[in-house]
Design a protein around this ligand. Structure first.
Ligand code: ADP
Ligand code: DP6
Ligand code: CO
Length: 360
């Protein structure tokens, strides 16, 4: 290492969140974060739902530290440590002649990093902040440490921070292949179609509540695995079939099948939460009313116009088949669920699918 104790090297990345249309819920390995089924998601628009993370390294730092949304948090958990260890072991030499900085691979054993991360949407509220957060952290650190790894390999590292994070390393429609290997080497994300493939779709997010959920995804799915009999049927019979059908629907831009599968899978995910002992309630009364509203509309039209899906929280992610439908949907939502009113709905966010924007 050279350059004295004065230098600092920084990298910044911005990564969007992703919302699953075929859900991941349940692990077969808690430490490596290996899922019990494949899942498929859409990566969202970074302007509205994304994490921005700046990482820095300097010989003057004497410990690894992290600030999330301006508040210092501990990096001692296994998830952060597993990601940091994997990245440090894959770091390569780096040289900046202008600044007189030279970092060799072995220096990363001694050098410490500082991380500052911001989510531009509610954290731990069921809008996949852990997905955008860990994908962004891994992407930014890989840049800082000059890690030579494919996007697929980075997805396997991000997976060890939060399962859903592996899918945010790609834009468009993404599949997380559950894999078979004991070490998780083949449990990676792959892009099914890029963000231009089905550009008619418009996503509207109804932030029903920005509050932190009572049961984190991690503990919720652990309790479901331990107690739900319905989950076994979902894992073995329902999801494998839906994955095949969803891939076909995406490829053919078949909105009727896409909407039917998306809504059914969201509802079954919440059903296995109810089948957990004690039951987990992620949706609230407003969420249920939003579902009824969309179901009635789709039925009246005779064909699906809008799909809905809810992650581990009360917030609705709605997908309109085209721009005209999106305008009608927003109009209806604002009429029936005006924000900041007795409907207890916070706000709306409108955006397209997107691609991971490289930064650095
Ligand atoms: P969500 O539905 O928002 O993904 P989870 O319960 O899955 O909720 O995960 C929330 C946790 O994810 C937070 O408590 C925090 O540990 C982690 N997290 C959220 N945002 C970030 C971020 N920007 N960087 C790193 N970790 C994050
Ligand atoms: C309902 O990825 O947040 O959003 O792997 O324990 O960090 P951990 O859980 P997380 O779970 C996401 C669950 C979900 C569905 C999905 O994103 O597929
Ligand atoms: Co999460």
């Amino acid at each position: 290492m050279s350059g004295g104790r004065e230098w600092i090297r920084m990298a910044t990345a911005r990564t969007p969140t992703n919302i699953a249309v075929i859900k991941y819920w349940g692990k077969r390995d808690e430490n490596l974060i290996l899922p019990i089924n494949d899942s498929i998601s859409m990566t969202l628009d970074p302007d509205h739902l994304s994490t921005t993370t700046t990482v820095s390294v300097s010989p003057s730092f004497d410990s690894d530290r992290m600030w999330l949304n301006g508040k210092e948090i501990s990096l001692s958990g296994d998830r952060f440590q597993n990601c940091l260890r994997e990245l440090r072991s894959r770091a390569s030499d780096f040289e900046d002649n202008e600044k007189g900085i030279k970092i060799e691979k072995k220096d990363w054993e001694k050098l410490h990093i500082h991380i500052a991360s911001y989510n531009n949407f509610p954290t731990a509220a069921g809008l996949a902040s852990s997905a955008a957060g860990f994908a962004c952290l891994v992407f930014a650190l890989a840049n800082l440490m000059n890690v030579k790894a494919s996007q697929s390999h980075l997805s396997a590292i991000a997976r060890q921070g939060s399962g859903s994070a592996c899918r945010s390393l790609f834009g468009g429609f993404v599949k997380w292949i559950m894999g078979k290997d004991a070490d998780g080497g083949d449990s990676v994300a792959v892009q099914l179609a890029n963000e231009n493939h089905w550009s008619d779709l418009v996503i509207i997010v109804a932030v029903v509540s920005a509050h932190q959920k009572e049961t984190s995804s991690t503990s919720g799915m652990r309790e479901t695995v331990e107690t739900s009999a319905l989950l076994q049927h979902r894992e073995k019979v329902v999801v494998p079939k839906r994955i095949v059908e969803m891939e076909k629907a995406i490829e053919a831009r078949d909105f009727a099948s896409f909407a039917q599968l998306t809504c059914a899978d969201s509802n079954q995910f919440h059903a296995v939460c109810l089948d957990t002992t004690p039951p987990i309630f992620y949706m609230n009364n407003t969420s249920h009313r939003i579902i009824s509203c969309i179901e009635k509309w789709n039925e009246a039209e005779g064909a699906p116009q809008v799909a809905y899906t809810f992650d581990a929280g009360p917030n609705a992610v709605m997908v309109a088949r085209d721009r005209k439908t999106a305008a009608l949907l927003l109009q209806r939502m604002l009429y029936y669920f005006p924000p900041q009113s007795e409907s207890h709905l916070d706000s709306y966010v409108v955006g397209d699918k997107s691609i991971l924007k490289e930064a650095g």
